[in-house]
Design a protein around this ligand. Structure first.
Ligand SMILES: Cc1cc2nc3c(=O)[nH]c(=O)nc-3n(C[C@H](O)[C@H](O)[C@H](O)COP(=O)(O)O)c2cc1C
Ligand SMILES: C=C(O[C@@H]1CC(C(=O)O)=C[C@@H](OP(=O)(O)O)[C@H]1O)C(=O)O
Length: 361
């Protein structure tokens, strides 16, 4: 199915921003995993809209309901379906964009591709869909927790204000998930200034996974770094992904970029946790770059569906900086990739296969 993400831990989502509900189906979750619903909800609460001045004003509780695949609190190995009902649609706000294309959003391409468009707040192209990914990612995290893997994230960059230090514990307490308390106030000010000017601003998140075992990822196709990049680029508004040193490595000499190895482990961490598409056992570091929110409240030139030049003047509720909530989505996608890769990697050595089936030998 082209709309499924993952090979062994597979997710697909459904729903539109102003439709009845959004949700996901997650297949391949091993049986016997305790499904902590409070944890899933707490992950959704981290992403949900309407929480503060740095997010869209749309207020959604994002209460998740599990429909299948869980019995007496434990996964059964059958598909887990989860639904989140939309409660705060204000579709009338979008009647003025019914026939025109918002610059920077997906209105034009959806219209050209399908010839029909759910214009109520972006419909399927709205990042409201990402709530369902966070629900699926929370289940991936529950599986990863059982095997000692942790995935976390935080904001390192807003506009050109960049963190000097990364403090993931601090990010958990910060309204904007800032990794660096020293630059946080400047980052917040940058967002609020953009918002007051009826504009938006870009930003970037760092996703870090610790405890990732060596050996995840296929050596040629389905490389770990390639799949992580696809997972991140598949999030709305993501325009760049870096693993480890990323684009900066193009400025370095090999002698500077190579991570020397000792019995204690890697001396430096430029590779960001993958070598040859396979996890190295080092911390995985993924930088995810988000463009500024396309829906802004400044008049913009555009075309309508009849090909006429018109002015786009927007209403509706929009994030001033999508990277903030986007960082939670990036974290969920990383957890899904790692969970998928872990299941895919089982039974790759004959000894492991023999050990598993030894009772039949
Ligand atoms: C968490 C999150 C929230 C977003 N909120 C908005 C929003 O309020 N308004 C908007 O126009 N775009 C928002 N976006 C971005 C659009 O969904 C996205 O730019 C659009 O689908 C076009 O896709 P593209 O930017 O990947 O090309 C958000 C993205 C994310 C990840
Ligand atoms: C509702 C959410 O975010 C939305 C993401 C979004 C977009 O275009 O991506 C546009 C806005 O909503 P609407 O679809 O109503 O225009 C945001 O409020 C959410 O994240 O739950």
């Amino acid at each position: 199915m082209s709309n499924t993400f993952g090979k062994r831990f597979c997710m697909t989502t459904f729903g539109e921003s102003h439709g009845k509900a959004i949700g996901c189906i997650l297949d391949g979750v091993p049986a016997g995993l305790e499904i902590d619903e409070e944890f899933i909800q707490s992950e959704l609460d981290r992403r949900k809209p309407g929480k503060n001045a740095y997010a869209t004003a749309r207020k959604e509780p994002d209460s998740v309901e599990i429909l299948s695949g869980v019995f007496e609190g434990v996964s059964t190995g059958t598909p887990i379906a989860m639904v989140i009902y939309n409660t705060n649609q204000k579709s009338k706000d979008y009647s003025n964009i019914k026939d025109l294309f918002r610059p920077g959003h997906a209105d034009f391409t959806y219209w050209e591709k399908y010839g029909i468009r759910d214009y109520r707040g972006g419909g399927r192209s709205s990042a409201r869909e990402t709530a369902a990914r966070v629900a699926a990612g929370a289940i991936a995290k529950l599986m990863l927790k059982r095997v000692g893997v942790e995935v976390k994230s935080g904001i390192f960059k807003i506009g050109d204000i960049e963190a000097k230090e990364y403090d993931f514990e601090y990010a958990k307490t910060s309204e904007i998930f800032a990794l660096d308390p020293l630059v946080e106030s400047q980052q917040k000010e940058t967002i609020l200034k953009a918002k007051e000017a009826h504009d938006s601003i870009g930003g970037a998140a760092l996703v870090r996974a610790t405890g990732v075992p060596v050996g995840l990822g296929e050596p040629i196709y389905y490389k770990l770094d390639a799949v992580l990049a696809e997972a991140m680029m598949g999030i709305n508004a993501v325009k760049g992904v870096e693993i480890g040193e990323g684009v900066e490595s193009a400025k370095l000499y090999g002698s500077e970029n190579n991570d020397e190895m000792t019995k204690e482990g890697f001396v430096t961490h430029h590779a960001g946790g993958t070598l040859g598409g396979i996890s190295s056992g080092d911390t995985l570091d993924i930088k995810v770059y988000f463009k500024p929110t396309p829906s802004i409240f400044k008049p913009m030139k555009t075309l309508n569906i009849h090909g006429e030049e018109v002015t786009c003047e927007l209403k509706g509720r929009h994030d001033p900086c999508v990277a903030i909530r986007g960082s939670v989505v990036a974290e969920a996608m990383a957890a899904l990739v790692i969970a998928d890769m872990m299941l895919l990697n089982m039974g790759r050595k004959m000894d492991d296969v023999a050990r598993y089936y030894s009772k039949n030998v």
